[in-house]
Design a protein around this ligand. Structure first.
Ligand SMILES: Nc1ncnc2c1ncn2[C@@H]1O[C@H](COP(=O)(O)OP(=O)(O)OP(=O)(O)O)[C@@H](O)[C@H]1O
Ligand SMILES: [Mg+2]
Length: 268
């Protein structure tokens, strides 16, 4: 069962640094769109093997913050550290190189291509000798089916993605993260388009990733779901990260209150 290069452990020991280094740290990050600060001096820390629920009202800046971490957008101010090392922002390739994978509901998948092609996109396995290489189609298909099965699904890897259900598509996206041995998976409203059964399955998968040492940032509006998976809950309001709470020591009333009013310093 070979998985390609990028040997990346999920061990807790930081390499060489003093004490425990967070997996990801965002420090004073700001992103403006014209006059609007969509993300406004946000701080965020993600530990190892941890699920962080990112919540906030519409327009609070959650998706923008995720785009900044995944390199889709460039912050105006602030910086990111991944395992204590600066993360060059504005570069999706750099984010992926550091083990950051983003799961969008549909966006990242090509409907006309089959499951295997979508899982291996940009990471194709090749065979042969130097100067004469060809795609290892059969091994990739076998591996794709293995990954899908590991995720608890059993559709065929030769199926075109456009024929898949929302939950199955999400399994394809997660299989990409599994193949990449992601350390951090970013999920923007992963269950928004799913039915009850598929939502439950997705939440279980998120927990399983965490149990295997992966960290996840999950954006969600459904607080029951967020409370059922998250170790910590970070609340955003008006572009700021206004609270960082242990799920065990808070409740939905407190979170909703922070989303609506926040502990923002009252200025006049
Ligand atoms: N590309 C853009 N250009 C201009 N404004 C933008 C852009 N992207 C986001 N915004 C604005 O930035 C603010 C934050 O948007 P963002 O999508 O991050 O919010 P969100 O917390 O994800 O909200 P929702 O829960 O509705 O998805 C909003 O006011 C939004 O209109
Ligand atoms: Mg959003």
């Amino acid at each position: 069962m070979s998985v390609p290069e990028s040997a990346s452990g999920t061990a807790t020991g930081p390499a060489g640094g003093a004490g425990h280094t967070a997996l990801l740290e965002a420090v004073g990050v700001t992103k403006r769109f014209g006059a609007l600060a969509a993300v406004d001096g946000a701080d965020l820390t993600v530990g190892r093997a941890e699920i962080v629920g990112l919540v906030g009202g519409n327009g609070a800046g959650k998706s923008t913050l995720i785009h900044l971490i995944s390199g889709v957008d460039l912050p105006d101010v602030g910086r990111f550290l991944m395992e204590g090392r600066p993360l060059r922002t504005g570069s999706p390739a750099e984010a992926r190189h550091h083990g950051i994978e983003t799961v969008y509901q549909d966006l990242a998948l090509l409907g006309e291509l089959d499951v295997t092609a979508n899982i291996f996109m940009g990471r194709e396995w090749r065979r042969g000798v130097p100067g004469l290489r060809w795609l290892a189609e059969k091994s990739m298909k076998t591996e794709a089916e293995e990954l899908i099965r590991k995720l608890g699904y059993d559709f065929r890897a030769s199926t075109r993605v456009r024929y898949l259900s929302g939950g199955q598509r999400q399994a394809v996206a997660l299989a990409r993260a599994l193949l990449a041995r992601a350390k951090l998976i970013l999920m923007d409203e992963p269950t928004a388009a799913l039915g009850v059964a598929e939502t439950r399955k997705t939440l279980d998968l998120i927990r399983r990733f965490r149990d295997e040492g992966v960290s996840l940032i999950v954006i969600g509006h459904e607080l029951d779901d967020i409370f059922s998976i998250a170790d910590r809950i970070v609340v955003m309001r008006k572009g700021q990260t206004v609270a960082d709470l242990r799920t065990r020591s808070t409740n939905q009333d407190e979170v909703v209150n922070l989303m609506l009013k926040g502990p923002l310093p009252s200025r006049s």
